[in-house]
Design a protein around this ligand. Structure first.
Ligand SMILES: Cc1cc2nc3c(=O)[nH]c(=O)nc-3n(C[C@H](O)[C@H](O)[C@H](O)COP(=O)(O)OP(=O)(O)OC[C@H]3O[C@@H](n4cnc5c(N)ncnc54)[C@H](O)[C@@H]3O)c2cc1C
Length: 486
């Protein structure tokens, strides 16, 4: 049996952020990852000569001076990152909106759309922008992010008027803010907000907790980027950074059990056994219960909140290079029927990789990943196989109708479903995307560090900051700091 200072279970971005922080602090840390490659839901996998993004396709916070780049640069392992411009395009019936990197340009274009109340829209975006700027400044100084230290709490309280501006919207939905500015009937705005909220805070603008959604609207103006080689290259860079800082990452070595005793934990893996006083588990609460073989009320409650969320269906496409879409990485959201539930193929995120990513497809081709949300409760209630087939069909119809540029250019198609996510990322029911930030003050319960048991912490998208590559990475970093200080 080996000894370590800390063990991290899972090399998703939550685990990678935590492990790098621990290794940098001089801890003897080992990461165990079940798969042969890192990144989990945000990994890049190889199949039949293609390299596809498994789930996540873009990340924010990738400007040169933002924390992820600064962090990796310190270890000399920065991957090639192309900042996106435009960062996103929305297509819905009779509506096209393009988000350029420059926020002012985006707002000007939005206000110039036909038949929109431009003056009210400008006031809405001014207020939203002020709050988002304050919240995004926290991402640039991760010491101020949750889980909060006493020092960070004091610093937030000192922000006075700025904090009051945010607090005014706490416990209210984004639609309350839209209503406040007299914009409830502005269909381009509500369609845009629904689409953005769905891929960031994981619910529509009627149900989204306002401060989270207000920040999420600015996701695309804060260093949204494409990683050459796919997001898996970013995960691989983190692995190299962990190793250069003295940590260890063991791939293809699944953790089988976790047993508490003797002032720490015994971790049994497929190939190894190790003892450590500190464990950070980058798995869902229900999966951690299984590893502990213990039904802890705190994990049960958090697991129930994760079950309020989503799984996903995917189409992985190989496209020929003649397809008349921009050669750079390009992300297109499609809403087939605005105002209806944004799952089951009604809403799609289509992400085309950069055509310069030549090692990701056979010669003359590029890859694309298409995703839609799936309600796990709908699958439980009916014929899951039939429902999944129907969702994939709705996704194909959405591409045909709203992305005619792809017609005749799809060379290959592979599908994935909640079962695929369950099998590969080991997430029970294939639940992805964390806890939706639906309206309510309980969204703020996680602001302070909370171990599951002494020396045992969850990291990843089921805890703060959660829900994105940037959020899970910085959340893992903050949790590791809190765990070391405990
Ligand atoms: C379809 C889809 C699209 C998305 N799009 C975006 C996007 O464009 N931008 C964005 O920022 N975010 C996006 N996200 C969200 C983002 O991918 C997640 O928030 C983030 O990757 C979650 O990371 P994590 O660390 O919580 O967990 P995971 O990525 O699930 O990582 C957990 C890791 O633990 C491993 N593991 C599990 N059990 C064990 C065990 N017993 N032993 C060892 N290893 C184990 C798994 O193999 C996995 O690698 C998307 C997610 C999905 C599913």
């Amino acid at each position: 049996m080996r000894d370590a200072d800390a063990v991290v279970i899972g090399a998703g971005f939550g685990g990678l952020g935590a492990a790098l922080t621990l290794a940098e602090a001089g801890a003897k840390v080992t990461v165990y990852e079940a798969l042969t490659y890192p990144g989990g839901c945000a990994s890049t996998f190889s199949r039949r000569g293609y390299r596809f993004e498994a789930g996540a396709t873009l990340s924010a916070g990738l400007e040169v001076d933002q924390p992820i780049r600064r962090w990796l640069r310190r270890h000399g392992v920065e991957p090639t990152i192309d900042l996106l411009d435009p960062s996103l395009e929305l297509r819905a019936p009779d509506l096209r909106i393009v988000a350029h990197r420059d926020r002012d340009r985006f707002v000007d274009a939005f206000c110039a759309l036909p038949d929109v109340p431009a003056a009210r829209l400008r006031r809405f975006f001014e207020e939203q922008g002020r709050i988002a700027a304050m919240l995004w400044s926290l991402f640039d100084d991760p010491d101020l992010l949750p889980p909060l230290s006493t020092k960070a709490l004091v610093s937030h309280l000192r922000r006075g008027p700025e904090s009051l501006r945010v607090m005014r919207w706490m416990g209210r939905s984004l639609s309350a803010m839209v209503r406040h500015f007299g914009l409830s009937d502005c269909a381009p705005l509500t369609t845009w907000l629904d689409a953005i909220c769905q891929i960031t805070v994981q619910c529509d603008h009627h149900t989204a907790e306002a401060p989270f959604a207000i920040a999420a609207i600015d996701y695309f103006f804060h260093g949204a980027g494409h990683i050459r080689g796919g997001l898996g290259s970013l995960a691989a860079a983190f692995v190299r950074a962990i190793e250069s800082a003295g940590g260890e990452v063991r791939l293809a070595d699944r953790v089988r059990s976790l047993c508490r005793g003797g002032g720490g934990y015994t971790i049994q893996t497929r190939k190894d056994a190790v003892r450590a006083p500190l464990v950070l588990a980058n798995v869902l609460p229900q999966a951690l219960s299984n590893l502990l073989d213990q039904d802890l009320p705190a994990l049960r409650a958090r697991g129930a909140r994760v079950r309020e969320g989503w799984s996903a269906c995917m189409l992985y496409l190989g496209l020929d290079l003649d397809c008349p879409l921009p050669p750079h990485a390009h992300h297109i959201e499609i809403v087939q029927r605005p105002g209806f539930r944004l799952d089951a193929g009604n809403h799609l995120l289509v992400s085309l990789a950069d055509a310069r990513d030549t090692d990701r497809a056979p010669p003359g081709q590029r890859v694309a990943t298409v995703s839609t949300h799936v309600d796990p409760k709908a699958l439980e209630a009916g014929d899951a196989g039939g429902i999944i087939d129907a969702i994939h069909q709705t996704m194909r119809e959405g591409l045909r109708t709203h992305l005619p540029e792809l017609d005749g250019h799809i060379k290959t198609e592979m599908t994935a479903s909640p079962r695929t996510f369950q099998r590969f990322t080991r997430r029970p029911q294939g639940l992805v995307g964390g806890i939706p930030r639906r309206v309510g003050l309980r969204q703020y319960l996680d602001l302070l560090p909370k171990p599951v048991l002494p020396g045992l912490y969850l990291v990843g998208d089921s805890v703060m900051l959660g829900q994105s590559v940037l959020g899970t990475t910085l959340g893992g970093h903050r949790t590791a700091i809190a765990a070391q200080g405990a």
